[in-house]
Design a protein around this ligand. Structure first.
Ligand SMILES: *[C@@H]1O[C@H](CO)[C@@H](O)[C@H](O)[C@H]1NC(C)=O
Ligand SMILES: *[C@@H]1O[C@H](CO)[C@@H](O)[C@H](O)[C@H]1NC(C)=O
Ligand SMILES: *[C@@H]1O[C@H](CO)[C@@H](O)[C@H](O)[C@H]1NC(C)=O
Ligand SMILES: *[C@@H]1O[C@H](CO)[C@@H](O)[C@H](O)[C@H]1NC(C)=O
Ligand SMILES: *[C@@H]1O[C@H](CO)[C@@H](O)[C@H](O)[C@H]1NC(C)=O
Ligand SMILES: *[C@@H]1O[C@H](CO)[C@@H](O)[C@H](O)[C@H]1NC(C)=O
Ligand SMILES: *[C@@H]1O[C@H](CO)[C@@H](O)[C@H](O)[C@H]1NC(C)=O
Ligand SMILES: *[C@@H]1O[C@H](CO)[C@@H](O)[C@H](O)[C@H]1NC(C)=O
Ligand SMILES: *[C@@H]1O[C@H](CO)[C@@H](O)[C@H](O)[C@H]1NC(C)=O
Ligand SMILES: *[C@@H]1O[C@H](CO)[C@@H](O)[C@H](O)[C@H]1NC(C)=O
Ligand SMILES: *[C@@H]1O[C@H](CO)[C@@H](O)[C@H](O)[C@H]1NC(C)=O
Ligand SMILES: *[C@@H]1O[C@H](CO)[C@@H](O)[C@H](O)[C@H]1NC(C)=O
Length: 755
């Protein structure tokens, strides 16, 4: 009897729990209504498609939260037809200049002369049948241009179920030209529900308010604080001081996001204003605008992760905005449905890939510094990584590159630049200043510098406030730190062969001895060794039982089956660059993904993907400038076993998001990019061939490492070059016999080289 009752009891218990959860959810949001914030798609998914075209709206409706609102900036044609376009001037967002050269004009708008192509100079027929919309943002793709005519609000009925928001700017201007926004909207509202009407003009809203009592919400849109609303000759800043009076004609306000979370001049977030609370206190809804995944104005506090920006506005203890006006409605949906009010301490699900830092949390701090490693651990990595470099005096330490131009300010340090510049073709084609040409003491005297990968081409910087903080750790100190905080480590060795040949220094042995010294070899299941050289991995295989990772350095390669067989002889994991998993077409969209991971898995080899970055230029256009979407595809489509990333916090948040393991059929499913499937089918003729023909990686086994050269007795006239201090002097009074030995060998080598 008890056994039969048990399932019933369980069902009752589950029902009780999920009801409570639903109840809790309703009161979770600090929005005015207590409901989830609205996603308002500006011109559809305008972050990818040209804005305000049919396909952009369809894509946004198909892939956003189902309550998403479609936003249209309304303009009128010469014959009084509505058209959705952002600016009065159509030149930047259409090919109108090609279709109708010389039909531009200059008009006085709110006291300023504006030149361009105005909708009031064209008939609906001319605009809808002979002009295409184009992408107007310089960093967004033009591959999807000219596939859609401009869109009229009348067409909303044909793009599927959704709420509609019409925004009116410059209604005065249209009135002056005998075109009435008010009467156009009134006739439209007889044919379809207009859920929201916003305007930048108080006069306009006051005038139409009596006509829209129940079905339509009227919203006052704020411009910059110093701008003037010509209909009442008042600045928007001054209107903020009397929110109560806005209630007479509006049920809400739409404000730039900086009204709520202002930035300081360095683009860090300041304390929030009270605006959301104040608006809610008088019963006004408040919507925030200007959300872009690829904006240059994103605060550094978000580490280029757009989801964090949305959460800042809805997932804090004090307030939540009632909606976001965004070019990327898919990311806003993700933030609201999958991330907000998430329980950070939820336990990880089985089968999650590992998160491995790349030079620590190098997206936020100078790579491989103590602060970068501490941040990586705070961010929730499973492994911290050390790329082992070696100094001239034989000290192994962690640093992203042997070349000190990367990650330090050595280029402005006259003690080393230009005197220590060298060219070592086996390591780097250009000149560099190499770690193995400086002593550990010299390297410790350098100032570290955050790696701004997208500085030159995009003027995107990483956390400038921390650009020069932190210091390097020698490998022993790194390992001791890892033991102390109980974290696993990935140790990466590159250029081992070249450094033996060029400088007679053995990184592999230095690494082994540091591991020995710290006793880390006793917890061998916490260590992975990675190299691009099979001989290095074989040395570890012979002497340790660490996990071994073969790193494929070449981008865009296919790996032959025989190569996979070979890799099994010296590694159980392979690290592949992103482009080997998801190939890019030359227009920066993804091509169909090869089944690389499956092939490795068939041979029992795990696959890590490197290097994930948050900055939007790092992402194929398919990922909608959202780094989380790329992670989602590597996890769910490619099914990788490890994510190597500059921004571990983004990967960690992804693995804990609520949508990853949906519990019911109604749960929101995060948009999943299946490479080469979704977007490339939209307009195949726009998609070119792969960037490069795919070379095949066929041989992966290297010859054994060369041995260190025998120490020879220095000849009577041996001299160190005058530019470098004598290493023997440096080390004789403090270093172990081993360093002295290594230093002696350097001296011998320098001697041999100079003859
Ligand atoms: C949106 O979904 C509809 C219905 O499934 C489909 O016909 C249409 O092609 C989709 N459009 C886009 C742009 O995804
Ligand atoms: C149009 O594009 C040009 C060049 O990119 C820019 O200078 C101008 O401000 C843009 N105009 C509008 C109305 O966006
Ligand atoms: C459409 O544009 C072309 C130029 O692209 C022009 O020759 C033609 O007259 C236009 N047609 C109409 C109906 O305006
Ligand atoms: C139209 O554009 C051309 C080229 O930019 C400019 O020289 C001309 O003054 C414009 N015409 C009007 C009426 O604004
Ligand atoms: C606008 O242009 C007209 C004609 O060129 C000129 O008379 C007028 O002064 C201009 N107004 C302003 C505000 O620049
Ligand atoms: C607008 O207000 C300012 C003072 O706030 C005044 O100087 C100006 O004349 C007014 N402009 C109009 C057109 O009323
Ligand atoms: C943003 O980052 C800066 C610099 O790290 C910090 O001082 C500030 O408190 C942060 N702001 C918020 C709101 O977290
Ligand atoms: C979060 O999850 C943990 C463990 O599952 C639980 O103990 C805690 O109460 C949860 N916190 C909230 C705020 O739901
Ligand atoms: C490594 O760093 C630790 C901590 O800074 C220090 O105690 C140790 O002497 C260093 N070892 C070498 C070989 O420099
Ligand atoms: C260290 O971490 C491992 C794996 O995360 C865990 O099993 C172990 O209990 C931890 N040890 C200590 C002392 O915290
Ligand atoms: C590490 O220690 C083991 C014994 O503890 C020893 O056999 C081995 O040679 C040592 N390796 C190095 C590189 O020092
Ligand atoms: C590394 O050390 C081992 C023994 O400790 C030695 O046999 C080997 O030759 C060394 N490697 C090189 C490249 O000298």
């Amino acid at each position: 009897m008890a056994c039969r009752l048990l399932p019933l009891l369980l069902v009752a218990f589950v029902c009780l729990c999920s009801n409570q959860e639903a109840f809790a959810k309703k009161n979770l949001w600090k929005t005015l209504s207590g409901e989830a914030p609205l996603v308002i798609a500006r011109g559809g998914l305008s972050g990818l498609f040209p804005d305000y075209v049919k396909i952009a709206y369809e894509f946004a409706i198909n892939n956003s939260l189902y309550e998403a609102v479609m936003f249209c900036d309304l303009q009128l044609t010469k014959d009084g037809q509505g058209i959705c376009r952002t600016n009065l001037d159509l030149e930047n967002s259409t090919n109108i200049q090609l279709a109708y050269p010389n039909r531009n004009s200059t008009y006085l708008v709110n006291g300023k002369n504006i030149s361009g192509y105005f909708s009031i100079d064209f008939t609906a027929d001319e605009l809808f049948n002979n002009v295409s919309a184009i992408q107007s943002y310089p960093t967004r793709t033009h591959s999807l241009d000219q596939i859609n005519a401009p869109f009229s609000p009348e067409e909303f009925s044909g793009v599927g179920q959704s709420s509609i928001w019409l925004n009116v700017q410059y209604s005065n201007f249209f009135d002056e030209h005998k075109l009435s926004m008010a009467s156009y909207m009134e006739s439209l509202s007889k044919r379809m529900t207009l859920n929201y009407i916003s305007s930048t003009e108080v006069g306009f809203l006051r005038a139409i308010a009596p006509k829209y009592r129940s079905k339509t919400k009227l919203i006052l849109r704020f411009m910059n604080k110093e701008d003037i609303d010509p209909s009442i000759n008042e600045t928007y800043g001054s209107m903020l001081r009397d929110l109560t009076s806005l209630k007479e004609f509006a049920s809400g306000i739409l404000v730039p996001k900086s009204y709520i979370w202002p930035l300081d001049p360095q683009r860090y977030l300041q304390a929030p204003t009270d605006l959301v609370k104040d608006a809610h206190a008088v019963g006004l809804e408040i919507f925030a605008s200007d959300f872009n995944n690829d904006g240059y104005d994103m605060s550094y506090n978000y580490s280029y992760d757009p989801i964090r920006e949305y959460l800042q506005f809805v997932d804090n203890k004090n307030f939540a905005v009632d909606g976001f006006l965004t070019d990327f409605s898919v990311t806003a949906s993700e933030a609201i449905a999958c991330y907000a009010h998430n329980n950070a301490s939820r336990s990880p699900e089985a089968g999650n890939p590992l998160i491995i830092s790349h030079n620590g949390a190098s997206g936020d701090y100078p790579g491989c510094t103590d602060v970068a490693y501490q941040a990586a651990i705070r961010d929730g990595v499973d492994y911290i990584d050390c790329s082992v470099q070696i100094t001239r005096d034989g000290i192994a330490f962690c640093r992203e590159s042997p070349d000190l131009f990367v990650g330090t300010t050595i280029a402005s340090n006259s003690a080393f630049y230009p005197s220590r510049m060298k060219t070592i073709p086996t390591i780097k084609n250009d000149q560099g200043i190499f770690t193995f040409d400086l002593t550990w003491k010299e390297i410790q005297s350098l100032t570290v510098n955050i790696y701004n990968k997208y500085e030159k081409d995009y003027q995107l910087y990483r956390n400038p406030a921390a650009a020069n903080v932190g210091k390097y750790m020698n490998l022993t100190a790194f390992l001791e730190f890892a033991i102390q905080v109980n974290i696993s480590v990935l140790i990466s060795i590159e250029n081992a062969r070249a450094i033996i040949s060029e400088r007679n220094l053995d990184v592999t042995n230095a690494t082994l001895s540091a591991l020995n010294q710290t006793g880390y070899n006793k917890i061998s299941d916490r260590i992975m060794i990675q190299s691009d050289d099979s001989a290095v991995l074989l040395q570890f295989k012979q002497r340790t039982n660490f996990k071994l990772i073969y790193k494929v350095l070449e981008a865009d390669v296919t790996v032959s089956s025989s190569a996979i067989e070979e890799i099994r002889k010296f590694a159980n994991t392979v690290a592949l660059p992103r482009s080997s998993l998801f190939r890019l077409a030359n227009n920066y969209f993804l091509l169909a993904a090869p089944d690389v991971v499956k092939r490795f898995h068939n041979h029992n080899i795990s696959v890590f993907v490197y290097t994930l970055r948050n900055e939007f230029p790092s992402l194929a256009f398919d990922f909608l400038a959202d780094p989380t979407m790329e992670i989602n595809s590597f996890v769910q489509v490619a099914k990788v076993d490890g994510l190597v990333t500059d921004f571990p916090a983004t990967a960690k948040a992804y693995l804990g998001n609520k949508c990853l393991h949906p519990r019911t059929e109604d749960d929101y499913l995060m948009f999943l990019v299946d490479p080469g499937v979704d977007l490339s089918n939209l307009q195949p003729e726009n998609f070119g061939p792969a960037i490069a023909p795919e070379p095949s990686l066929s041989s992966v086994t290297n010859s054994p490492l060369p041995s260190l050269k025998e120490a020879l007795a220095p000849g009577p006239d041996s001299k160190s070059p005058s530019t470098s201090p004598d290493p023997r002097k440096n080390s004789s009074n403090r270093c172990s016999g081993r360093s002295l030995f290594v230093s002696l060998m350097i001296a011998v080598l320098l001697f041999l080289n100079s003859h």
